[in-house]
Design a protein around this ligand. Sequence first.
Ligand code: NDP
Length: 322
Amino acid sequence: MKAIRVAQPGGPDVLQYVDIDRPQPAGSEVRVKIAACGVNYIDIYHRTALYPLPLPFTPGLEAAGVVDAIGPDVTMFKVGNRVAYSSQIGAYADYALVPQEKLITVPAGIDLTSAAAVMLQGMTAHYLLTSTYPLQAGQTALIHAAAGGVGLLLVQLAGQIGATVIGTVSTAEKADLARRAGADHVILYTQTDFTTETKRLTGGRGVDVVYDGVGQTTFEGSLNSLRPRGYMVLFGQAGGPVPPFDLGELNRKGSLFITRPSLFHHISTREEFEWRAGDLFKWLGDGKLNIRVDCVLPLSEARQAHIKLAGRQTAGKLLLRP
Ligand code: NDP
């Protein structure tokens, strides 16, 4: 079968499209024939070893497909079932082995491409808004990279909660997408100081929460955009990792809260995983959530997908098709 392999960490060129043996499921493993796999920012952290993995490895945490073979202890799935997942390395491939407890059934009516597109970024938006800082109607949220994969989902769901949404983006085209997703205000943070503008938009008060997946380049400004006792949710580092930080700043800036959450701690029980994935499938089915697929590239073009994502050239979801 074909797969993308990384033998050494590095730039996009280390993503090699190669032939490897099709894996055999053992124990409670399920072999999934992948219909589409998601490209996520964490795949870049894995490729560059910002988050190191044992080498060599096949990148990709998220996919949807059809059960093709099962291990002897599998009880939850049968050959032919349509499934999706978001927390098992090895999705950039024709087939992947996934422990049964990490798989969810894709409901009839949801196509496999949409299922692959919504799992990781969708469940991230879900836990950030329901568990990390449960956003309420009437509150104001600042959402960075508002036209990104996670960003467009956060904007839609935050707006539906009844919160006021201020989004930041780098281009006018992305601003348009964020507005259409429901952002009340959009700031071009490459041209305008977003803290000054956020303070102006909130009458000097500051926002209740910042959802910041950009990191280094926005971190300080995000803290300065919060109201006293506001919440800084640092959930990523597309703009680089945040350097060590003096906690005394939280006091000086107004008794602020800060957290650095991960999806994997929010879907670690079957109950939580089914809750979050179930909500997303329901919202997709109802038309409450709109997935914008930026593009679907052949698996062999994983390198190009990483160049686009790291180069800020995408808006919404990027997928690979084996
Ligand atoms: P996106 O589709 O949002 O792509 C990243 C976006 O970040 C870009 O499009 C760009 O938007 C913005 N950006 C700002 N500065 C830079 C820069 N220097 N280089 C590249 N991009 C930059 O990616 P994802 O939706 O996959 O992920 C968004 C963030 O969420 C990432 O930091 C990721 O790690 C994090 N994440 C965290 C999870 C968690 O559980 N903690 C789970 C999933 C994702 P613009 O052009 O508008 O500035």
